[in-house]
Write a protein that binds this ligand. Sequence first.
Ligand code: AMP
Ligand code: TRP
Length: 370
Amino acid sequence: MLQKLLLNTTLKSICNIKCIRKFSDHSTISLPKRIFSGIQPTGTIHLGNYLGAIRQWVRLQEEENGIILSIVDLHSMTLRHDPKVLSENILKMTATLLAVGLDPKKVIIFQQSSVPQHTELFWYLSCISTMARLAHLPQYKEKSAQLKDIPLGLFVYPVLQAADILAYRATHVPVGEDQLQHLQLSQELTKMFNNRFKTKFPIPHAVITENAKIKSLRNPEKKMSKSDPDTKGCIYITDSEEEITKKIKKAITDFISEVEYKPETRPGVSNLVLMHSAVTGKPIETIINDAKGLSTAEYKHIVASEVNDHLSPIREKYYEYLDNPQHLLDVLETGRSIVTPIAEETLREVRKALGIGFNVNNKQMLSVNI
Ligand code: AMP
Ligand code: TRP
């Protein structure tokens, strides 16, 4: 029943989301909307990931039915990985998504590698991708620059991403801005496939929300990141109240005591105001007004308390979910069983278009009439 409901729903419009249509093909816009996104199982998420990316799905699920969300474990193997850590991280990410409020009755959550059609489609798309095009992608350039031996997986990673999207004929893909070039490649590959093999797969649109960019507490010129060399720069959603309070107290500000929002000239205190606004939903002007007369040191106590109020229930739920791995596996299995028929159907059409779609049971070729 749920499966039918989720599959058959034509998604409503995503009104408060800004669609970047820079690379779009408007001819496909009348198709039923299907929203797909992926997230790497990177272990614990930080406040930047949460406020900048994951929270938009929580909001989106209230407006849209049947969003498909993949925990993209295959994408987390492009650099040397530890199998034990990866399996823990898949469950941790599932627990995180549930803890922040994603409801598996509204959003389909599944593990990428449990649907083998992704890797099959990846191969077909690899055959129409060129090395020159992939070598141009900024994320590849940046990551490969630090390596002596570059794994092939790192190079072809965006082709697998295109396969993820095409497998579900996704029309809308909510992602962070850093993924725009990958989305552009997905669009190009879909168009190329359609042209060459006379298919009509929808061209996916990147959906970018105007989210807060949270900066490092120790270096407010840089974004909050778990690779920050100073561990006090990054707040994890699993940090205890004491840790959060300590990190915010030690946040770098400047010698001016007044609380202001001036990201260019006063990035440290502005970052605190932004975090405060993002976790409370209060407009920045209100926050600045309320903080009149407070020193930045006093203001830090308020920010720490608001961040803790927001994250405490999430942290509690996260540990509750992690305590029950069977439930997490059940959620992933339900997701797998819902999305598999969609991917199977796409792959049937793809194989047929490629000239390899035989139907053995009927002893009849699907792609050629003889
Ligand atoms: P990463 O794990 O750094 O690849 O980030 C995953 C997602 O979280 C991306 O879509 C980013 O756009 C978002 N993200 C990461 N760091 C931040 C940050 N400091 N502020 C806002 N969004 C972020
Ligand atoms: N590459 C994305 C990231 O690192 C994750 C991802 C994989 C993805 N496949 C996807 C995102 C398909 C959107 C759609 O964040």
